[in-house]
Design a binder for this molecule. Structure first.
Ligand SMILES: [Zn+2]
Length: 377
């Protein structure tokens, strides 16, 4: 896609891109083809633009043999009836690039695959506990980029850092109108599908049909093929925990931040424990504003999400979804004390992998969906 109205500065790419920063669709496909041997590469479906959506899978799936729908199992107060005879298995789904300009989660997932394959990330840094968790969890599903149409639209592998100015980055995220003004967030959500003819650049949020998958028309027969692929995958695999990786950490507390999903109320206390586990782990690793686990891991401070893809997946299959917003490599923010936080790519990768490590440990130690609430068995 060309952007004839776009200022050349907007197309500039970062210099000295680290070798672990793999975010381009072709680079990801080439890397996976060369390095995935423990896992298996699958295609979960095709995008609105006809592009394949690759996934890497590890372990054995739950056997089929469920006797009812998820809704039926809640009604029967017997969740295991919709999870099947292997309800006790633990299944983790991690997905990135629902918003395609949000590279941190994409880069983190490629590095997660590297750890699951070799024990080390693409810098050569060992993650022994994460690798061990990867062996202990029964099934792991990794989708580096859900919105492959959006990702194919953006030419840069990495954006230049532009101080505290996010104007250019926002153009690649939520798009800009034909006169060059950014559509902006959350205003972009007023236009689904977005009419690309009205834009200088539609950004990386929509697929080729103009739809922001995070806010698709989930209950409509006209829902998008990316959504359909995720719904089909979740019906087959019955994940316990879904981590949906985005970029958009709060500017005044510029570290990874998990959002409270709008889901079944029964899962709210489970989310509280997950939030405390992930943010506590990040704080211990020096990857939050402070090292105070109680402060950083206080779930009452979690930003509250609205009805979106995470809600739809929860109500579809019972999984606990957690959306994590990373800081962006393209601009700086502030910590709790008001000091500048420069989003160094190394720190961004560490934050991603610590999130996966803590989420996987939480899943292993707490047992999964059918043990989380009283009606599980
Ligand atoms: Zn996002």
């Amino acid at each position: 896609m060309n952007f004839p109205l776009m200022p050349p500065e907007y197309l500039r790419e970062a210099e000295d891109i680290p070798s672990f920063w793999v975010t381009d669709l072709r680079d990801i496909a080439a890397w996976l083809a060369c390095h995935v041997s423990r896992g298996e590469i699958r295609e979960i479906g095709r995008s609105a633009g006809g592009r394949p959506i690759p996934m890497v899978v590890y372990g054995q799936p739950r056997q089929s043999g469920r006797t009812t729908t998820f809704s039926g199992s809640i009604g029967a107060r017997k969740l295991a009836a919709s999870f099947g005879p292997e309800a006790d298995k633990r299944v983790y789904l991690a997905m990135g690039g629902v918003h395609a300009s949000e590279y941190e989660g994409i880069m983190g997932l490629v590095n997660l695959v590297s750890v699951l394959e070799t024990g080390s990330d693409l810098r050569g840094k060992a993650w022994p506990e994460l690798a061990e968790l990867g062996r202990q969890i029964d099934r792991i599903l990794v989708i580096p980029v859900v919105n492959v149409d959006g990702r194919a639209r953006i030419p840069q592998r990495m954006f230049p850092h532009r101080g505290s100015d996010s104007t250019v980055y926002q153009c690649w995220g939520t798009g800009a109108w034909a006169d060059g003004t950014n559509i902006g967030w959350p205003q972009c959500k007023e236009f689904i599908p977005l009419d690309f003819a009205r834009t200088m650049c539609p950004g990386g949020y929509p697929n080729d049909a103009g739809v922001n998958i995070q806010h698709d028309d989930f209950l409509s027969p006209s829902r998008q093929p990316e959504t359909e692929a995720l719904l089909r995958l979740c019906a087959e695999e019955r994940p316990d925990l879904i981590v949906n990786l985005h970029t958009g950490a709060p500017g005044n507390n510029y570290f990874c931040r998990m959002h409270r999903p709008f889901i079944e109320p029964a899962l709210d206390p489970v989310f509280d424990r997950l939030y405390a586990a992930v943010h506590g782990g990040l704080a211990r690793a020096g990857l939050q504003s402070t090292r105070d686990e109680a402060l950083e891991g206080d779930p009452t401070k979690a930003p509250r999400g609205v009805y979106n893809l995470d809600t739809a997946l929860n109500l579809h299959c019972g999984a606990l979804p957690a959306l994590i917003e990373s800081p962006c490599h393209g601009f700086s923010g502030k910590d709790r004390a008001g000091n500048e936080v420069y989003p160094h790519p190394d720190s961004l990768l560490d934050q991603q992998l610590v999130c996966h490590r803590e989420a996987l440990r939480f899943l292993l130690e707490t047992g999964g969906r059918c043990t989380w609430t009283p009606e599980g068995k």
